[in-house]
Unconditional design. Sequence first.
Length: 94
Amino acid sequence: MLEIVSVDQFLSDIKEILQKILFFEKLDFSISLDTILVGGLGPESLDLSSIDYVDFLAAVEKKYCFVYDFDVQIRTVGDIYKYIQTHDDKIRKH
C-alpha cells in the first residue's frame, strides 16, 4: 500500500475539514485515527449528525479527489484513511 499522505498531514486536514463543517473557529480536542465519527460514546467520539457526516465525507472526497463508495462503512477517522490508502489508484496525488 502506497502512502498517499502522511498520517500527521491527514489528521491536520481532517481537523480543518471538521472545523469548517461544525462551524468551530478552533477544535479544542484532538483528532486521531481512533476518533469515531458517528454512533460512538466517550471522548473519542464526535457523534456527527447524518447531515454533518455526509458533508464531512463530501469534503474529504473533494480534498483527496476521489468518490466514496457508500457500500463501505466508514465509522472512524482511521477507516477513511485506510479507504483512501487502499484506493490510491483513484486518487490524484498532491
